[in-house]
Design a protein around this ligand. Sequence first.
Ligand SMILES: NC(=O)c1ccc[n+]([C@@H]2O[C@H](COP(=O)([O-])OP(=O)(O)OC[C@H]3O[C@@H](n4cnc5c(N)ncnc54)[C@H](OP(=O)(O)O)[C@@H]3O)[C@@H](O)[C@H]2O)c1
Length: 315
Amino acid sequence: MKAVVINGITPAEQVCISELPVPQVKPGWVLVRVRAFGMNHSEQILRLQEIEAPYIQKPVVPGIECVGEIENPSDSSWAKGQRVVALMGGMGRSFNGSYAEYALLPVRQVFPVNTALSWEALGAVPETWFTAWGSLFECLRLEAGDTLLIRGATCALGYAAIAIAKAQGCKVIATTHRAEKLSLLESADEAVLDDGRLTGRIHGANKALDLVGPKFLRDTLTTVDRGGIVCDTGVLGGVYALNGFDPIKEIPNGVYLTGFFSNTPTQAAIDEILAFLNKHRIDPPRGAVYDFADIRNACIALDQGKINGKIVIRV
Ligand SMILES: NC(=O)c1ccc[n+]([C@@H]2O[C@H](COP(=O)([O-])OP(=O)(O)OC[C@H]3O[C@@H](n4cnc5c(N)ncnc54)[C@H](OP(=O)(O)O)[C@@H]3O)[C@@H](O)[C@H]2O)c1
């Protein structure tokens, strides 16, 4: 099969397709024929730095999500041809992932789906929508009538979160750090240019999804109203930890801080997301679609940050 394999720091320009044997099934693992996969900021981080970490399998096929069909059900109860989505749980990091024609995946990370979405449209869903869904509903307890601040909204996750929150009946205030990208946020109620300080500039937000992360999280905590909830989900700011964080002084009284990690997706959440997309007739936004043969250019585009939204690869 054709697959991308990396073994060390790999700039996008060096990404290439190699030949690998089609993996053999083993108990608890099914073989998925990959039809499409979404790309993620985390794969850029893997190629450019995380690949050197001891917990990464080397060499590794990157890719933390895919959609496709069961090729060999192994000892699972699924039939060959069952449509599935798969994501996370070490995929593309501690075992080979989705940048390939076939992926051998643990049953716990594979979810059967019944949807009329095309492979391309479905390919935009698993990681991005599961993360947006969990952040908004499990962590932020989003309800109609809420005012949601999305910090760092010009990313795949941001566009999905805007779509969900608007369909849910919320007011959405979305930020970008680039003036030229304000027009990309027109589906939000307000688009705000983020210079690192939103405190005092934004009023009435009772929920905040922070995709910039620790770089500006302290400011997000003081931007939401008393009683508000802040969910830290992204690291677009390039800062991964809040060093020296003093929760007593830095979380304002009556403000709640939570975080979402997409590592443990559930069938229930996947089913709810697909039902929500269907009910609200939402076509999952895609920034660009590439053929697998063009994966190097897709990686270059990912690293350059020039695609506005989810990059989906057709396999
Ligand atoms: N917690 C979890 O489990 C989880 C799951 C999925 C993703 N994430 C995180 O969520 C974030 C979004 O992921 P994604 O896959 O949706 O990203 P993506 O679509 O690859 O978006 C990357 C783009 O975000 C833009 N961006 C917006 N605000 C930014 C800022 N303040 N600083 C730098 N870049 C900014 C950049 O473009 P411009 O600079 O041109 O605006 C960059 O091109 C990432 O940090 C990712 O690691 C977390």
